[in-house]
Design a protein around this ligand. Structure first.
Ligand SMILES: [Cu+2]
Length: 142
């Protein structure tokens, strides 16, 4: 099991350049937001890892809320993906209804304590800043 996990982590690391990766901290908890593929308009798989002092936290309750503020001619949009524990993190599926920049909040509870981690992603853009496809309209080939 450990070996499989290590392999999974290695694979994930090697794929960062192709996808989305964000790392930060909230309330002393390190949060990593990972998508193997560039985030696109439509369905995305997002993996979230929580850790403290290098130790994975695997018993949190977690949600990923992606949203886009109201703009002229466009209503507020929101999608909440429920996190399912998998390996050393949480897997969630997020459907983003249009291209552009999406804000997100990773909301999680460890015991009774609530946390919120904030980030944003430009659809179609990988972690090196390169645009893979215009406005996140990448199609299924990505
Ligand atoms: Cu929009």
């Amino acid at each position: 099991m450990k070996k499989i996990l290590a392999l999974f982590i290695t694979l994930t690391l090697s794929l960062f350049a192709e996808g989305y990766y964000d790392k930060g901290e909230t309330g002393g908890i390190t949060v990593e937001v990972i998508s193997k593929k560039t985030l696109i308009e439509g369905n995305n798989e997002v993996f979230v890892k929580l850790s403290k002092d290098g130790k994975a936290i695997t018993d949190a309750k977690l949600k990923a809320k992606f949203f886009m503020p109201e703009m002229p001619g466009m209503p507020y949009m929101e999608y909440i993906g429920e996190g399912t524990p998998e390996g050393d993190g949480y897997k969630t599926a997020v459907n983003l209804s249009m291209g552009g920049t999406w804000q997100y909040h990773i909301l999680f509870m460890i015991g009774e304590k609530k946390y919120r981690y904030k980030g944003s992603a430009n659809l179609g853009q990988d972690s090196t800043g390169g645009m893979k496809c215009a406005s996140g309209k990448c199609g299924s080939a990505m």
